[in-house]
Design a protein around this ligand. Structure first.
Ligand SMILES: Cc1ncc(COP(=O)(O)O)c(C=O)c1O
Length: 392
């Protein structure tokens, strides 16, 4: 029997093998400092677990509409109003099983065979796989530290072809933790719109991004481009990775096609999870999430200081997502070997750049400061010893 070529071609997350080895070492009683996971150590905000338990009282939990519980769509729209001053009609919010399902839908909605899709190198690996799955061609635009490892207008346009159907952006970004300056993001969106291309903006880390100097929150792309496709999630800011819940904000013309694809792909996102997630929007839950953002900011400081002491340069300081992307060239090791040896010799799990694209794949390593302070401190200490042992 024939396996579809898209499945044959699909790449795993290469870092999974590092994770598997870390688990193997742990099963032998070795304590691993896990600085590889993009999962905040906090869990869901207060009230959400209780709300989940309340749904488990024996009641039927039927499908919701494909686009999600109306009350949850209203709550998400409300966040754009209160936080960003942007009016989003709740009809434009489609609830998904995490940003992953959102990216799948967004790509399915906009990519056909023969289309070119521009994205930054480095970037989150799934974007490349999804474009390939739907027959598109990924056009990677190598980025530089000067552009914060993000697309800027010139780089995006240099990658443009006659067949470019979309530009995909994540701000803040995984693996670099950096945001695109808002004016640059607006310029990229404007240029893509003028050229008749979709703008798919992954804002899964937006609420963790540093506020402006006047204290106002980091800005959503919707402020510059009301018709951009926004991908977001409960995974990071709300600390609900395993709950599998996220959302898209779509323009009017996409609502019916998106609903039709969503019902065929998923029927709907999990009903009890959607019901519980309504509790994310209480003042107490939002206040707890803000406290956690500040805690992550403090952890960022610890990590950047620690890496500097060790002599592992972070060419661009993160200002949003909980990642520091450091350059290992000075150690004489390539990124993969660095990660393998850091795991075996120092028992620190990190993520090599390979998954995120060729531009920095062999030179950079991602450290996640979503881990707790104790684990971070221990990991940094061991990493320091390991690097010192390499002798430069
Ligand atoms: C940039 C980016 N987009 C999407 C996702 C997928 O997130 P979710 O858990 O919401 O599916 C991740 C996960 O790490 C991510 O880093």
């Amino acid at each position: 029997m024939k396996i579809a070529q898209r499945a044959v071609r699909a790449q795993p997350f290469h870092a999974m093998s590092i994770g598997a080895r870390a688990r193997e070492l742990e099963s032998r009683g070795i304590r691993i400092a896990k600085l590889s996971l993009g999962e905040p150590s906090f869990g869901a905000p207060p009230g959400v677990h209780e709300a989940m338990r309340a749904t488990m009282d024996g009641r039927a939990l039927p499908y919701t509409p494909a686009a999600g519980l109306p009350a949850l769509r209203r709550a998400v729209a409300g966040l754009y109003r209160t936080r960003h001053g942007v009016d989003v009609d709740p009809r434009r919010v489609l609830i998904t099983a995490g940003a992953s399902a959102g990216l799948l839908l967004a790509t399915a909605l906009t990519t056909e065979a023969g289309d070119d899709v521009v994205m930054a190198d480095p970037c989150y690996p799934c974007n490349r796989e999804l474009v390939d799955t739907f027959g598109g061609r990924v056009v990677l635009a190598p980025t530089t530290p000067a552009a914060r490892y993000q697309l800027d207008l010139a780089t995006a346009l240099a990658a443009w072809t006659e067949r470019t159907s979309a530009v995909q952006v994540a701000t803040p970004s995984n693996p670099t933790g950096t945001t695109i300056p808002f004016s640059e993001l607006a310029a990229i969106c404007e240029a893509a719109r003028e050229r008749g291309a979709w703008r798919i903006v992954d804002e899964i880390y937006l609420s963790l991004a540093d506020p402006a100097p006047d204290g106002s929150p980091a800005r959503t792309a919707l402020e510059a481009d009301p018709e951009a496709i926004i991908v977001s999630s409960f995974s990071k800011y709300f600390g609900m990775t395993g709950w599998r819940l996220g959302w898209l904000v779509l323009s009017e013309e996409l609502l019916t096609p998106a609903d039709n694809l969503a019902v065929n792909f998923f029927l709907c996102a999990s009903t009890p999870t959607q019901m519980a997630a309504l509790s994310c929007f209480t003042p107490e839950a939002l206040a707890a999430c803000e406290d956690r953002r500040l805690e992550l900011l403090a952890r960022r400081g610890l990590v950047l200081d620690g890496l500097e002491r060790i002599g592992l340069p972070v060419p661009v300081k993160p200002d949003g997502a909980f990642y520091a992307y450091f350059d290992v060239r000075g150690t004489g090791l390539d990124a993969w070997t660095f990660c393998e040896r850091a795991l075996e010799e120092a028992h620190v799990a990190l993520t090599p750049g390979r998954d995120f694209g060729p531009a920095t794949g062999s030179t950079h390593v991602r450290l996640s400061y979503a881990a707790g302070r104790e684990e971070l401190a221990e990991g940094l200490e061991r990493l320091g010893g390991f690097v010192a042992g390499l002798g430069g």
